[in-house]
Unconditional design. Structure first.
Ligand SMILES: Nc1ncnc2c1ncn2[C@@H]1O[C@H](COP(=O)(O)OP(=O)(O)OP(=O)(O)O)[C@@H](O)[C@H]1O
Ligand SMILES: [Mg+2]
Lengths: 381, 311
């Protein structure tokens, strides 16, 4: 019986148009789009020349924090005298704009509050400047956060904390073939994994007597609910995993994107991430009382909310959540996958801590499913 | 085979089954009749241990039915009222999938699937996905999925809604044959004729209660209904009508222009007496038709409702 349910659910999942679209067609299309959009940016893999940047000073100069000095001090390459950015002071925004339009500078930075970036095109230089600004901002956030917790914190602690953040990210462009746009591909992979939640919800719906007529049909058969859910779930999950692998293969082999050196580890993250998304969908479907449509609606909302918190749509959100609601980002399944994947990019090392927290989340969702799926009689179907 | 005693089922405040009794003997074709919302489907779902019940007890094959009674479930087949099919599987795969929940042996299943396809006349549609099937074909596939594993007890919840008369007849014939091979059938329907033709025992239910139970003839006998005569008279006066009204075997007279609708009392047909009477009075009969009471009349009598909108 397990085999029949398993085999047919492989077929069913492969024939589900929505699964094919969201788990395969959508990420393939979007990654193709990324690759086209970024194609000419990273052909010049290494920035050899300093990047000319216009700098507009803030209305009020902060004596403790001088962005201009920071920007002007970033080295180009591993060692040597050369600096990454060549700053040209502009009197005001108007002048900076003229400089950008004339092509004297690659971009302009308007200091003050949250620094603004102005460019008139997107190329490797502009991306690097954006990365630098983001990095500086992130560092500032970290320091402010530490100081707020303990105003007397020793500088050595701050330095240690900053070291963990890998402040040298911009320089890393020169270090290996992963480019900042890799982050978009990782984000896409994370979304694909998390997207397995709707397939997971669908499995529960189709096997629960009170959720669908098909479920009622299964419930009066001699095949137990556990067996049906296990067989159908395994089949559907495997299809999702296969699709995320296909997406990865497409990114690396067809689009020629370099996504780190440890592909087996990446595959493990994808498989576990997909499992987590899948079990999340199952758990939601088990807990929500209501029609199939209500369940799918809630699952989609959970998916969207979770990806929103991870900053897949705007990285500012992730930073905001990370700093003001750290517990939320710690328990958000989307953030777990994203962090696991991003860590490949930021740290260039396998950080098993992420994998472990994902497995813990899987266990938690599985436990929720185990407890709530047990109901056999229904008050109403 | 099936025993339901004093079953009470409430959906929140709504009482769907109110001390409902049902006793189905082996090898019967048992008809369960009732207007919309009378609780037929609810009764079936309770019987199959899908629903919690508040009171009463239910046994199937002499054993208490529980959600985990897998041995019992192996011998039961259900054709649910709502079409329940896997959208992504074609006709043959759907039958095989649901049959596969009962029968593990692939080769044996292949044969069972072929038989079910023949039973429902779906040979030409083997490779069709459900969404490509017409409403009636979908219902036929729904039936095929419920019977493929050759259950000993077959429960059909309004299986032939939207099925065309030819296919319906062949399905009814098929059910009769299954029954001859020893399958017990519980059948709910809105089609009175089907139940009259098919069922050996009938329960009429309304508002969650079993109101009348018996064979077709017993049901008709238990309510005071005789034949109904429609008669068109060529020449008659008011006195004639009054005289007819006085006849002992006429219970009701309804005058519709020159046609009289006469309800006769139950028992042996008194039509000859009526004709004699008219001849004596020299009243010419233009046209005459006789209608025996149907289950629908019985139904109307006991529930005060039409079973279906049109008979
Ligand atoms: N899930 C449910 N929740 C609440 N009430 C329900 C539910 N299912 C059925 N009912 C109510 O219970 C009563 C019996 O419904 P049921 O479906 O058993 O009737 P039925 O005899 O099968 O009708 P039909 O001929 O229309 O199929 C109806 O009044 C219906 O409104
Ligand atoms: Mg019904």
């Amino acid at each position: 019986m397990f085999r029949t349910v398993f085999q047919y659910n492989l077929l069913i999942t492969l024939r589900q148009k929505s699964v094919l679209f969201w788990s395969l067609a959508f990420p393939l299309l979007l990654s193709t789009f990324f690759s086209m959009a970024f194609s000419n940016i990273y052909t010049a893999e290494i920035i050899r020349e300093p990047i000319p940047v216009a700098y507009v000073a803030p209305a009020q100069v902060n004596p403790l924090y001088n962005l201009k000095d920071i920007l002007g001090d970033i080295p180009l390459g591993q060692d040597g005298e050369a600096r990454l950015l060549e700053l040209h002071t502009a009197e005001n925004t108007e002048q900076a704009r003229t400089m950008v339009l004339d092509g004297q500078v690659a971009a302009a930075v308007m200091d003050g509050g949250l620094p603004q970036l102005m460019t008139n095109r997107v190329g490797p230089q502009q991306v690097v400047v954006k990365q630098v600004l983001d990095q500086v901002d992130a560092t500032k956030q970290t320091i402010t956060g530490l100081m707020r917790q303990n105003p007397l914190i020793p500088v050595s602690h701050i330095a240690a904390e900053l070291n963990q953040m890998d402040y040298t990210q911009t320089a890393s462009i020169n270090r290996d073939r992963m480019t900042p746009d890799s982050i978009y591909y990782f984000a896409l992979l994370a979304m694909t994994c998390l997207g397995a939640c709707s397939a997971g919800a669908m499995i529960v719906i189709l096997q629960q007597a009170d959720k669908s007529a098909e479920g009622a049909r299964g419930a009066i058969s001699p095949a137990s609910k556990w067996l049906r859910v296990a067989a159908a779930g395994t089949a559907s999950w495997l299809v999702q995993v296969a699709m995320s692998f296909i997406v990865l293969a497409y990114m690396t082999l067809v689009l020629g994107k370099h996504l780190g050196d440890n592909i087996p580890y990446l595959l493990v993250i994808l498989a576990v991430g997909t499992l987590m998304g899948f079990l999340l969908g199952m758990a939601v479907a088990c807990m929500v009382r209501g029609s199939a449509n209500a369940i799918l609606g809630v699952t989609t909302s959970v998916y969207l909310f979770s990806s929103f918190l991870t900053g897949l749509m705007s990285d500012r959100v992730k930073r905001l959540v990370d700093t003001s609601l750290p517990w939320l980002s710690r328990i958000n399944p989307g953030t777990m996958i994203v962090d696991a994947l991003y860590s490949l990019y930021y740290y260039r090392e396998n950080n098993y801590q992420y994998l472990i927290s994902m497995l813990l989340a899987c266990a938690l969702f599985a436990a929720v499913v185990a407890v709530t799926l047990g109901r056999r009689y229904h008050d109403s179907i | 085979m099936i025993q339901m005693n004093g079953v009470v089922k409430r959906y929140k405040e709504l009482v769907a089954l109110d001390h409902f009794d049902l006793h189905v003997q082996a090898r019967e074709i048992y008809g369960l009749l009732g207007p919309n919302g009378s609780g037929k489907s609810t009764a079936i779902n309770c019987m199959l241990a899908l629903l919690t019940i508040q009171k009463g007890d239910i046994t199937v094959f002499g054993q208490q039915m529980k959600p985990t009674s897998y041995a019992l479930k192996r011998d039961i087949g259900l054709v649910p009222q709502e079409v329940a099919l896997m959208e992504e599987l074609n006709v043959q795969e759907n039958i095989d999938y649901f049959c596969g929940l009962y029968v593990a042996d692939v080769r044996k299943r292949k044969q069972l699937v072929d038989e079910a396809i023949a039973f429902c006349g779906l040979e030409k549609f083997r490779k069709f996905l459900p969404k490509k099937l017409s409403g009636g074909l979908k219902r036929r596939l729904n039936i095929a999925c419920g019977i493929a594993h050759k259950p000993r007890l077959l429960i059909l919840d309004e299986p032939t809604v939207a099925v065309d008369p030819q296919s319906r007849n062949s399905i009814l014939e098929g059910i009769r044959q299954l029954n001859q091979h020893g399958v017990t059938v519980l059948y709910t329907s809105h089609y009175m004729e089907e139940v009259e033709q098919l069922c050996t025992m009938i329960t009429i239910m309304d508002k969650g209660k079993a109101i009348l139970t018996g064979t077709k003839d017993e049901l008709k006998a238990s309510v005071n209904l005789g034949d109904q005569v429609r008669i068109r008279l060529v020449n008659h006066s008011r006195q004639d009508v009054d005289a007819i009204r006085q006849l002992p075997f006429i219970s009701r007279v309804d005058v519709q222009e020159d046609t009289l609708v006469l309800d006769m009392t139950r028992g042996e047909s008194k039509v000859a007496g009526l004709i004699n009477f008219l001849e004596q009075r020299d009243i010419a009969i233009g046209e005459m038709s006789l209608r025996q009471p149907t289950l629908n009349d019985v139904f109307l009598e006991v529930t005060g409702k039409e079973l279906r909108d049109s008979v």
